[in-house]
Design a protein around this ligand. Sequence first.
Ligand code: IMO
Ligand code: MG
Length: 421
Amino acid sequence: MNIVVVGTQWGDEGKGRVIDFLSQEVDAIVRFQGGSNAGHTVVVDGEIFVFHLVPSGILHPGKSCIIGNGVVVDPAELLAEIEALQRRNVDLKELRLSSSAHIVMPYHKEIEKMEEKQRGKKKIGTTKKGVGPAYTDKIARRGIRVGDLLNEKVLAEKLDVNFVLLPNYFRLNLCKKDILNRYLEYGDKLKEYITDTSVLVNQLIKKDKEILFEGAQGTLLDIDHGTYPFVTSSCTSAGGVCIGVGIGPTRIDRVLGVAKVYTTRVGEGPFPTEIEGREGEILQERGKEYGATTGRPRRCGWFDGVILRYAARINGLDELVLTKLDVLDKLDRIKICTAYKYKDKAIEDFPFQVDSLRECEPIYEEMEGWEEDTSRVSRYEDLPEKAQAYLRRIEEIGELSIGYLSLNPERAGLIKLNDES
Ligand code: IMO
Ligand code: MG
């Protein structure tokens, strides 16, 4: 079975821990989009790992971990991540990197910083990892790809083109020769991992191996379906897998959507169920809601059923994975958004145009909190009745069943529900 795992909100849903858990049962884990803007956290026996480019299945020795062509790769960051993992004795023999993935260049980060500054109050709130400008160059057909790092002549020619096209301001502050040498060195260090990953993944599929496709970011950050322009620059939804890996849609069997039992967002942009003030801070503290990549505090809000239904539609979700239930443990009342009020009418479909979204007011249902510790529970049946009621309500609103539930960050803290399925 080949399974896609995507975020259903604005990222940070707990995809890393879900991938780590599901990796136990598959042969390969494949990233298909995004770059080092992602921060996927996995906790094993109290040890914390945060993955940015390396697939979150890497802690399972012997499983292929593949960075597909749809990812944008900052080679310095990838090498730093590889070296840090090697120091922790993580086996990287099965790591592979697509030769057609695009490269984040030093000027991409500079361009991003400058653009964000120039936007002033209208900034996007990006991670400043150079991801947006790298995708821009890809679409503008001047991007430099992983395979180019292995060929001095090609890399030099492509750098020449880019230096001609770069605005003066950036060009004058950069030394082409220095970049050429540095990136050739990166290529040399990464050589052992570089291959045609589309061939590799299709061969695995032919051999009936099971594959997990690891989404980064979340549906509402998708370049097409997210809250544009407050989005990332890649296709974060399930449809992005085929393009970002080089497989056909007939090769995908199942799509799992990951959601937190509340909502968070980092960066700018509308967020209808955001909780302002002290109540939001309580969720932020209990949920340790600080970015794994940038350390920025995440904005927090109630669970949004309108978003869940939207994510179900855009991704064709088969099942839901809910995370961080224990963060709500101490609340006496919990709100859940079932629809929006827009121009005096109740609407159930997510208005992804930000101008309309800004005018939406959430319509809430209030449920009683369970006020008990759920973080040590290991069976669904042992959850407080009120917690079960809350989860059932999410299933009803999303018209989706919960396949897995995460009760704490450790591997054993993820439990499988609906075992009969
Ligand atoms: P994971 O995979 C949460 C957000 C940024 C910003 C917007 C654009 O850990 O869930 P970018 O640097 O991508 O151009 O920034 O997207 N963003 C994320 N938010 N989780 C992420 O990844 C994110 N990656 C990007 O905060 O609002
Ligand atoms: Mg994250």
